[in-house]
Ligand binder design. Structure first.
Ligand code: FES
Length: 193
């Protein structure tokens, strides 16, 4: 659930940008506290001019969601989950490929997760994982195929964007989703709900 809070003192644009950048460097504890929170800060537009004014700016962060246990994953058997919400095109799968993948986690860096919606026109890639090529597809609509070892880059087909990759974090045996690399089909903002 989201909540708003004001951060004081007020900041200039430059300071606000710097503050946003610092959020990437916060401790795990602070990140846990901030996950899923919409923070409102005040920024000053055109500082030092007669037109200077303070306006609110919102920073929305991805939720941190438990997905499954690393030890429960069987090689080449995808596990489905929704993220970052339960809305349209939020279906994803996580898979232990048995081959290292970009962004992969685990001892062999072979556990990756991707969204199921084809970036071309939203065709469902459900149940299209191919163990032999570590790919997803071909999309049932226009045959796009994506390489899961290389951040979901397009191998062939009509799409021109990579498949959105779910960013994963491993804590002990627990796997968490913490963000998304790429834009989910049908959304202007991955967090639009
Ligand atoms: S919708 Fe998947 S290739 Fe067109």
């Amino acid at each position: 659930m989201s909540q708003d809070m004001n951060t004081k003192p007020t900041m200039t644009r430059k300071q606000a940008a710097k503050a946003v950048g610092h959020k990437c460097l916060v401790s795990r504890r602070n990140f846990l506290i901030g996950a899923g929170v919409t923070t409102t800060i005040m920024i000053t537009l055109d500082p030092g001019t007669p037109q200077a004014q303070q306006v609110p700016a919102q920073i929305t962060e991805y939720p941190r969601k438990f997905i499954t246990k690393l030890s429960s994953l069987k090689q080449d058997e995808p596990f489905d989950f929704s993220y970052p919400d339960e809305g349209e095109y939020s279906d994803n799968m996580i898979v232990k490929m048995g081959a290292q993948g970009g962004g992969g986690i685990g001892p062999d860096k072979d556990v990756v997760a991707f969204n199921y919606a084809c970036t071309h026109q939203g065709g469902s890639l459900f149940d299209s994982y191919k163990a032999d090529t570590k790919s997803m597809g071909a999309c049932p609509l226009h045959l796009s195929t994506y390489d899961l070892t290389r951040h979901g880059i397009l191998i062939s087909g009509q799409a021109y964007q990579s498949l959105p990759q779910i960013l994963l974090e491993l804590e002990g045996d627990d796997i968490y989703a913490t963000g998304i690399f790429g834009l989910i089909y049908g959304r202007k903002n991955n967090l639009q709900g």
